[in-house]
Each structure stands twice: as C-alpha cells, then as structure tokens.
Design a protein around this ligand. Structure first.
Ligand SMILES: Nc1ncnc2c1ncn2[C@@H]1O[C@H](COP(=O)(O)OP(=O)(O)OP(=O)(O)O)[C@@H](O)[C@H]1O
Length: 595
C-alpha cells in the first residue's frame, strides 16, 4: 500500500474534506443518531470518576450501607447505559461508513472509467489503484473511529475540567499547570524517539544492501580482489548502526525515566496538594479520588489528541487525492443499446491535413499533415516502420484523443460532432495483444454485445472458426480462460476476439495484425475468420506482414508520422524508389507477385 501523504490542516483543506459530506448526506439521520450515542457514551464515561469519588466519600464519611449500595447501583446503570450507547454508536457509525464508502467507491470508479485516455497516460494504473484503496480505507477509519475519538477526547478534556472546577477550582488550576505540560513533553519526546528509531532502521537497511550487493556480485568482488575493501565498508556501516543504536538507547532510557518520573511525579504532586487540602477540610478523600482519575483521563486524552492530529492530516491528504481524481473532467459517455438509424455510419473515413501530438509530449507531432479517404466497405492497410504512427491513427478513429490540427470525418460529419458513444459503438478493434477478461469464453465473446442471446454467441463463435475448439472443451462456452486468457493458445484467443467483434457488428473494423506467427493450420483458420469478419464493412488493417494485404483496396505507407505513399499493391510496386517496394522485396512479396 502506498503511504498516504500528510496535509497541513488548513481552512481550504477542511473545506475540501467537507465535500465528503455530500456522500454522508443520504444517511445523515443515522449519522446524527450515532453522534448522539457518541455524546451519550462519552458523557457516561465522564461521569465515572465523579461517581466513584462519591462512592469513596460515602464510605469514608461513614454513610449508611443503603446509600452506598444505591450509589453502586447508579454506577451500575451508568455502566449499562455506557455499554448500550457504545454499541449503538459503533453499529450506526459502521453502517453509515460502509454505505458511504460503497457510494464513494462507486462514484470514484464510475468517474475514473469515464475519464479520457489522456488521464491514464499521465498516471500509472497500479499507483492509481493502490492510491484509491489506501485512500478509501483511510476514509473508513476516519469516519468510524477518528471522528469518534476526537469528539470523545474533547468531551473528556473539557468535561473533565468542568467537573473538576465544580469540585474544587483551586486544585484544578494546579492540575492544569502540571498535567498538560508533562503530557505534551512526553508526546514531543516520543516523536523524537520514533524519528530516531527510523534512522536506525534506515542504517540497518543500508548495511543489508551492502551484503546483498557483494554477495550478488561476489564474482566481481573476488576478481577485483576487493574483499578487504568490502570488509572495511561493512565494518564502517555496522559500527555506525551500533553507535546510532547506543545513542537511541540513551534517549529511550531517558524517555522511560521521564515517563515514570514525570507522570508519577505529576500524580504525586496532585495527591500531595490534595492531601493538604483534605487536611484543611477543603475537600474529602472521595473528591481527591475523582480528581486523580480525571487527571489520568485528561492526560490520556491530550496524548490521544496528538496522535489524532496526525490522522486528521492524513485524512485531509486522502480526501485531496480522491478529489483530485473526481475533479478531473469526464468524457461524455452515454449508454447505448441500439444505434438510431439516423446515427448509423456508412463507413466513410477521411483524414484531412491532420496533425497530432500526444498530450504528454505536446511538442512532438507523431502525425504530420496526414490526408486520406477510405470509402465505405473498403479494405485499407496501414504500413510503416515501428513508431510510424499506425496505432495513433486507430486511437484517433476511436477518438481516444482529441485531434488538435486538421480534421477527421466520418461520412459527412466531423468526428467531434458525433457523440463519443455513438461513434465508438460502431467501431471494433481486434488488437494485436488480445485482452481477454478472466471469466468464461461466453463472457468474453459477449463483451462485444452484452445483450447477445445464446444463439447469437454460438453463431459468432462459428463464424469466427472458434466453435470447433470451444466444443472440444468439456465445459464449452463456460470454459474459464484464465487470467488474461492465458489458458488458451494465441490462435484461440484471436478467434475469440474475432467472434467478439462479429457480435458487435461494427461499421468500421480495425485489425491490428498479430506479429507472432501461428502454425499454418491456425493461421488459415484465423485468416478465414477475419475474411468473414471484414465482409460488408470498412476495414483498416495495421499490417506487419505484407502478404496479407495484397488485395487491399488501398495501402497507406507512413514514415515518422507522414503519409509518404498511397495506392494499391500493384501501384506501389511500380514506384521505382518506393518504400513499399523496398519493404516488399525485403519480405519476399514482390517475387511472389511477379511469379
Ligand atoms: N500514449 C502515448 N503517449 C506519447 N507518445 C506516444 C504514445 N503512444 C505512442 N506514442 C509515440 O507516438 C509515435 C507513434 O507511435 P504509434 O504507436 O502510433 O506507432 P506504430 O506505427 O503503431 O508503431 P508499432 O508498429 O511499433 O506499433 C511513437 O514515436 C511513439 O513513441
């Protein structure tokens, strides 16, 4: 889990965190009842020292057993009330927190999945994921315990002081002069020691690195006869660890003594002062007993507040991270069941003087003034060296990135005029690196059309030449494909992806031809399936092996983002100095055509 950064407690940070309230709002009644129980349980525990003191006073002043018993019964009732309040407080807070978190999770995920691709190119997915999970579990802690602790501690401190003032202001002033100072010193001292022990851990880690490095590179150590140099290096580091450790021991010893001396000393001081007040008749033993207990409570709460402070800072950091994501602008995505006839594309595509740079590298145009037209139902191949811009063209077709210069048309509309979901629902991509989800074959095929019937799925599988191997599996369509489809062969995965695209029945199909060669039988099955898939729609193929695109209606050759040649296979071969011609002869295609 990634460590969550702390954020200073500022007004704007708190205001931002307050945005969370909109998620709690639907459950606010329960939450406020929870706060009521929290107040109740805090007040009940606050009453204890007073009641216990009364009990001691009753005993020491020789009151009747009846009075003593009724006080004990009252304390019993307060105990029960405290238990009941605590139970309902926890129950209600957990209920509200779980429901709120589930809403926050859904809201964040729904938002995240609607963000444009450019966002994901800026952030690492793994980081985003762990960020989200650690931020959200921190919110969980904050909503259930941090707030409750905070309220309880404030009530304990203020309420405790109020009761003490009520009992005897003089001794309260004395207590306030002693306890907070001791506790705050302890907190500061404690933090210092924690930092120190972190330093010593870091030194130990460094020494481990030396051992690891030298053992891994033992051959180099020996061949350079550097054993003695390494021994000296390790000796120096381990001696440093020892001296840091010894210094730490000094501080830790001092801290222990300080705690005993300071806290017990404070207690002794209060009891000493109290005893002299009892002697003068200003208070009785029971009241002093209450005082000592309240002093303990208050000391604990001041210490607790200090650690809560760090938790609140982390909570603000977590909400800031979360809102950083949810404040990002979403793509306009709508749910599409069926494309309206008026929105149906014919499949004509036109790039007009289009230039494009990725948002992460705005100064480097990866497409430069590219223009071409693809007529409906044509098969067009994109050819070019690695990095030429072929994949970029396909991402622009999907409008995964916005184009900045030039135009991209679908039929007679500019791409930006077509709602994203309407456009994307009529496109399908069969990528090179096929991504299957971990579920069954059925789920993977149906991903192309989640509403597809069993017959449709089977028919798509048959047309994709996939049915044959699916049938051979004992569990047929319900066969689990393994994480990312690893339990299937490359050719099988491709045919499933083809079946998925067939189900989608797109107007424009984009094929990123797989580079890894299949055996000739699978290759034929895949090629045949692809032909079925290409039939009756515009197809754009990113071709790596030129043998598969000889029959393309048009071949577009790209070089470093520029369109350098365009034509049919034969036309391009006629260009005497052509890049395509050279590529073909490299791949041995020319000869095949000529022969
Ligand atoms: N998401 C991205 N962000 C920034 N630059 C990118 C991104 N994707 C690709 N590029 C750059 O854009 C250029 C074109 O890449 P593109 O993937 O379109 O080439 P390609 O022709 O498909 O290559 P290949 O055949 O290797 O897949 C390359 O220089 C690449 O480094």
């Amino acid at each position: 889990m990634t460590e969550i950064k702390k954020k200073k407690i500022t007004r704007s940070g708190l205001k931002e965190a307050f945005q969370l309230y909109k998620f709690i709002k639907p459950y606010r009644v329960e939450y406020f009842i929870g706060i009521f129980f929290l107040l109740g349980s805090s007040l009940a525990s606050l009453a204890f020292p007073k009641l216990l003191g009364d009990l001691v006073s009753a005993g020491s002043s020789g009151l009747l057993a009846e009075k003593i018993n009724s006080l004990a019964i009252l304390i019993g009732f307060v105990l029960i009330a405290q238990a009941v309040f605590s139970y309902f407080r926890t129950y209600l807070f957990v209920r509200v927190t779980e429901k709120t978190l589930s809403d926050v999770r859904q809201y964040t995920y729904n938002h995240l999945i609607r963000l444009p691709l450019a966002f994901f190119e800026k952030r690492r997915v793994g980081e985003l994921n762990s960020r989200l999970s650690s931020d959200i579990s921190l919110l969980q802690e904050s909503l259930t315990t941090t707030l409750a602790e905070f309220v309880r501690q404030i009530i304990t401190i203020l309420g405790g002081i109020a009761v003490m003032v009520y009992i005897l202001p003089k001794l309260t002033v004395f207590m306030l002069a002693v306890i907070p100072a001791v506790v705050l010193l302890a907190v500061v001292f404690g933090r210092f020691i924690r930092r120190y022990s972190k330093k010593s851990q870091a030194e130990v880690a460094d020494s481990n690195t030396i051992v690891e490095e030298t053992l891994q590179g033992i051959q180099s150590v020996k061949s350079y006869t550097n054993e003695f140099w390494e021994m000296a290096r390790y000796k120096k580091k381990t001696n440093e660890i020892a001296s840091v450790g010894i210094k730490g021991g000094v501080y830790r010893g001092a801290f222990g003594s300080f705690m005993v001396f300071g806290l017990f000393g404070a207690l002794v001081a209060i009891i000493w002062r109290g005893a002299s007040l009892i002697a003068t008749g200003e208070m009785d033993a029971g009241e002093l007993f209450s005082f000592v207990l309240y002093s303990g409570f208050i000391a604990g709460s001041i210490g607790g507040l200090a650690s809560l402070f760090a938790k609140i800072q982390r909570f603000l950091g977590a909400t800031e991270d979360l809102f950083e994501i949810t404040n990002e602008k979403e793509e306009e995505i709508i749910e599409i069941k069926d494309v309206r006839p008026a929105d149906k594309l014919k499949g004509r595509v036109e790039f007009k003087n289009l230039s494009f740079a990725y948002p992460v590298r705005p100064d480097t145009n990866v497409l430069k003034n590219v223009s071409f037209v693809i007529e409906p139902e044509q098969m067009v191949a994109l050819v070019g060296a690695s990095g030429a811009g072929k994949t970029t063209i396909t991402s622009l077709l999907f409008q995964l990135h916005k184009t900045d210069e030039g135009m991209l048309w679908f039929d007679n509309k500019e791409a930006s005029e077509i709602p994203l979901s309407v456009l994307r629902s009529q496109l399908a991509l069969v990528p090179q690196d096929i991504f299957l989800f971990g579920g069954s074959i059925r789920e993977n095929i149906a991903y192309g059309k989640p509403t597809a019937s069993e017959e449709e799925i089977i028919s798509a599988a048959k047309n994709a030449n996939a049915w044959e191997f699916i049938e051979d599996f004992e569990e047929g369509l319900d066969t689990i494909v393994g994480e990312r489809g690893t339990q299937l062969s490359g050719g099988q995965r491709q045919r499933i992806a083809i079946a998925r695209a067939l189900l989608r029945n797109p107007r424009i199909l984009i094929l990123d031809e797989a580079t890894s060669a299949l055996d000739s039988h699978s290759e034929k099955l895949v090629q045949d399936a692809l032909h079925t898939l290409m039939h009756g729609r515009t197809t754009i193929v990113i071709a790596h092996r030129l043998s598969t695109i000889k029959n393309a209606d048009q071949i577009i050759v790209l070089d470093k983002g520029q369109l350098i040649e365009k034509g049919t296979h034969e036309e391009l071969l006629e260009m005497s100095d052509g890049v395509y011609k050279k590529l073909s002869s490299l791949q041995g295609i020319e000869q095949q055509v000529v022969s």
